[in-house]
Design a protein around this ligand. Structure first.
Ligand code: SF4
Length: 381
């Protein structure tokens, strides 16, 4: 595999399968390679998971240790334990960090595969908690599964289970999608192959706007997104546009239909404005003037120049006061107790999280009011 990042990466497959034009735009306006603190954190969690699965190390022992660019904290240990426990619980032969390749443009690395009899499990650890990832028809996991089927060349595999382990979200942290090997191979030959051809064809101008646009790296250059933003603005803020001075409508007077329509595209429009800000920031950093804006010095963050040396000096000076200790999470205490065959007997309470708004298509059951959550315990009885 010559290039580090695939042009048609499995992680962005939903986007390029729905919108082949995005690949043409990416080729025309290559986005800059970006890493974020969240990505670094995710990479460290993946590394810890891999160490636990391959070398049998106990993730709990890594608390406070640096893996990659990130210091392992309790949240990471809890998340990795959920992932590792799930993989091990399947009881098959597992492999981690499997390089898979569908063709010269579609390739990637699958977190874990487990073969149990005639079933292939493909498990993807999602450390992020901002956006819930679903397993059903998840094209990233399906591409990994196809690649793994091809790599293993195991004709005994008849069933495939694509699993998303997303330990830090509310709701289902482990979701699975079952598909027969035959159906998966047919999907690869039909939808995936056609999608690849269209995405690589610069004359194909097909595009579709949807939730995948949120992560599209070329939305600042997308005419469709610009038109959609204008359309929404015209429809819902016509009174604003026709005035010289900007007066936004009173939000409390918008109807349910109007709010629903605006909500439908709020993420997209937000994403488009974010892309505008990023583009303007890049330009101003490169010395191009942006009317009304300038570069100023950012706020300084203090940090230890040499953490080990600082620890030596200040632990001598302050003793225990130089450190903080925290009581461990429910999952960590539970794991420790398990070793001595004990269980949590006391002190546990289930805290209901606040209801969140979800799309009508979301699989979770709708609740009619937050009171339903408050009284759920009593209703069950
Ligand atoms: S913003 Fe959406 S419609 Fe525009 S190129 Fe990207 S994925 Fe396609």
């Amino acid at each position: 595999m010559s290039k580090k990042h695939a042009l048609l990466s499995p992680s962005s497959s939903k986007q390029w399968l729905k919108c082949p034009l995005s690949i043409t735009l990416i080729k025309q306006f290559p986005p800059k390679e970006e890493t974020s603190v969240f990505a670094a954190e995710g990479t460290s969690a993946h590394e810890l998971g891999e160490m636990a699965l391959l070398m049998g190390v106990d993730p709990n022992k890594y608390l406070g240790h640096k893996i990659g660019d990130f210091v392992v904290d309790e949240a990471m240990i809890e998340a990795v334990n959920i992932y590792v426990d799930y993989v091990v619980s399947l009881g098959g032969t597992y492999e981690t960090e499997i390089k898979v390749k569908i063709n010269d443009e579609v390739y990637g690395t699958c977190d874990t595969t487990v073969v149990c009899g005639n079933t292939l499990h493909v498990i993807d650890l999602k450390y992020g908690k901002g956006v819930e990832v679903f397993a059903e028809n998840n094209t990233q996991a399906m591409i990994y599964a196809l690649g793994a089927l091809k790599k293993f060349d195991n004709t005994n595999i008849t069933e495939v289970v694509c699993t998303i382990v997303q330990p830090r979200i509310f709701g289902d942290r482990i979701k699975t999608f079952n598909i027969s090997a035959e159906d998966l191979i047919n999907w690869g030959k039909q939808e995936l192959e056609t999608g690849c051809k269209k995405a690589l064809d610069d004359s194909c101008l097909d595009f579709e706007i949807g939730e995948w646009c949120k992560f599209c790296k070329t939305k600042a250059h997308c005419q469709g997104m610009k038109d959609k933003t204008m359309e929404i603005t015209r429809q819902d803020f016509a009174s604003v546009i026709n005035k010289k001075e900007i007066v936004l409508p009173n939000i409390t007077t918008l109807s349910g239909t109007e709010l629903g329509r605006i909500m439908e595209f709020a993420d997209l429009v937000e994403g488009w404005f974010k892309a505008i800000k990023e583009t303007a920031t890049d330009k101003i950093h490169n010395g191009e003037p942006i009317t009304g804006y300038k570069l100023v010095k950012g706020r300084n963050n203090r940090s230890w120049a040499n953490k080990d040396k600082a620890e030596q000096i200040y632990s001598e000076l302050l003793g225990k006061k130089a450190y903080e200790t925290k009581f461990r999470s429910v999952a960590q205490i539970e794991k420790e107790l398990k070793k001595s065959k004990e269980i949590i007997q006391d002190g546990l309470v289930n805290i209901s999280c606040n209801p969140v708004m979800a799309k009508e298509s979301d699989k979770r059951k709708a609740i009619t009011s937050s009171a339903e959550i408050d009284f759920a315990e009593f209703i069950k009885k």
